[in-house]
Structures are given as structure tokens and as C-alpha cells.
Design a protein around this ligand. Structure first.
Ligand code: FPP
Length: 249
């Protein structure tokens, strides 16, 4: 039986988040500059997006550029940004053909104007698509997002639009960048690193974590299927006992 056939379509994670890691090491292994790894990482994004949409996953979120990535050498930052924006532009017809909506989370206003404008253009051009939402985390970090959320809630309290007693975890979630999405049930990180690196800290409270040695540019459909099969073999208890979970199955 193929890996794809081993997936239970009625137990799919609705939302998969991915920390794409290992582009630099992959390039080094091939005796090339780091940007060569990022370029090949785009192929992995395309394959993963296609595989997730074909299966029926509704939300795919990829960590494309962290707040901390701004500290990389300027030529790498510039090349990565150019690659991101050019890829987005090039893929717009394919996103539309496949009914996939592009979305972005993070401090996208900090992008260079030209990149920001292109990103917004593609977001608008794909806004009516409803098969799957592909979200790029760009200039994103979870602590930044949480601080922004606290500020926006505080602002509403200051303006008497909200009472302190109204604050609960649902209200907090509804002020995050990810307000329109369910929390990810599965978080994948490639390249053998076992860290969260400031990604979706609030949203992954109950996510299953999956780490693979595969470097991001080598990640293909089969790798996604393996991650989903592993996720489906786990028992998600949300603090309850095994017996309580089995009784309600
Ligand atoms: C991490 O590898 C990867 C990134 C910081 C960038 C990821 C971006 C892409 C794959 C391009 C995505 C394109 C689209 C259209 C979303 P690293 O550089 O940290 O690798 P290393 O840990 O081996 O040095």
C-alpha cells in the first residue's frame, strides 16, 4: 500500500504548520551558496502545498522569514526576500488554478515597499479561493505577535470597548494574526533540529510535534504523508485519560 493510501482522510489535521529548516546546510552539502538552498526550498513549498491541498488539508502555514532572520547578512536577506516575492508572483496563476488562498502573518509592514505591495497584490488576487489557505509567516515571531495582541486588547480597554472581565483565551485568540484559522494540530520541523524557534507559541498548545532529519529542500509529498501517518498514530488526549478518549470514539 502506498504511503498516501495509509492516510485516514477522516482524521486529517485541518491545519499543518511547518518550520522549514536546513536550506543552508543543504546548499553547503552541494558545494553552493546558501541562497541555492533557499531556491530549492521553493520547490519543496510547491510540492508540500500541492500534497496538502490534494489530501484536503484546509490550512498550511510555513515559517518563511522570522523576525530574527533580519540579522542575517544583508545580501542573504535581500536575496531571500527577492526569492520570496518573485516566487509568490510566479505562483499566483497556479494558486488560482488550484483554488488556494494566499495569506500572510507577521510584521509584513516591515517588508520593503515593493515586496509588501506584491504580497498584498497576490493576497487580494487569491482572496476568493476556498480549497486551502497557504499562510506565509513573514517577519514573524510569536513573541512579537503576542505583544501586539496584548497592545490591541489594552487599546480596546482604554477606549471602553472591552472590560477586563471579557478577557479569556478565546478573546485573546481572536486578536492574534491567526484569528481566522483553527490552531495547528500538527507542527513539522525539518533538518533534525528540535526547537520551536518563536513560531506560533500560543497556537501550538496542543499540537503534535513531528521532527524529521530531512533537510527542507529535499522535503517532498512522501515526507508530508509520513508526518501525517505518524500524527494519526498518536492518541490526542487534551489532558484527559485514555479511557475517556476511547469511550467517546
Ligand atoms: C531555513 O533554513 C529557511 C529559511 C530561513 C527560509 C525559508 C524560505 C524558503 C524555503 C523559500 C520559501 C518560498 C516561498 C514561496 C514560501 P536555514 O537557512 O536556516 O538553513 P540552515 O539551518 O541549514 O542554515
Amino acid at each position: 500500500m502506498s504511503l498516501k493510501d495509509q492516510i485516514y482522510l477522516d482524521k486529517l489535521p485541518q491545519h499543518i504548520a511547518i518550520i522549514m529548516d536546513g536550506n543552508g546546510r543543504w546548499a553547503k552539502m552541494h558545494g553552493k551558496q546558501r541562497i541555492f538552498g533557499h531556491q530549492n526550498g521553493v520547490t519543496a513549498v510547491r510540492e508540500t502545498t500541492e500534497a496538502a491541498a490534494e489530501l484536503g488539508v484546509k490550512f498550511l502555514t510555513v515559517y518563511a522569514f522570522s523576525t530574527e532572520n533580519w540579522n542575517r547578512p544583508k545580501f542573504e536577506v535581500d536575496a531571500l526576500m527577492r526569492l520570496l516575492v518573485e516566487s509568490i508572483e510566479k505562483e499566483t496563476p497556479t494558486l488560482n488554478k488550484n483554488n488556494i488562498r494566499l495569506n500572510a502573518i507577521g510584521d509584513i509592514k516591515s517588508l520593503h515597499k515593493k515586496n509588501y505591495n506584491q504580497l498584498i497584490k497576490t493576497i487580494k488576487a487569491t482572496a476568493d479561493n476556498d480549497r486551502m489557505t497557504l499562510t506565509l509567516a513573514l517577519s514573524y515571531s510569536a513573541r512579537w505577535e503576542i505583544v501586539e495582541t496584548v497592545k490591541s486588547i489594552a487599546e480596546r480597554i482604554k477606549n471602553n470597548q472591552l472590560n477586563l472581565a471579557d478577557i479569556d483565551h478565546q478573546l485573546f485568540s481572536s486578536h492574534l494574526n491567526t484569528a481566522s484559522m483553527p490552531d495547528p494540530e500538527l507542527l513539522i520541523r525539518t533538518s533534525g533540529e528540535r526547537r520551536i524557534s518563536n513560531f506560533l507559541l500560543w497556537q501550538i498548545a496542543y499540537a503534535e510535534l513531528y521532527f524529521t532529519q530531512t533537510l527542507w529542500p529535499d522535503f517532498r509529498k512522501e515526507d508530508l504523508y509520513e508526518a501525517i501517518i505518524d500524527y494519526q498514530s498518536r492518541e490526542r488526549r487534551f489532558g484527559k485519560t485514555s479511557e475517556q478518549i476511547l469511550k467517546h470514539k
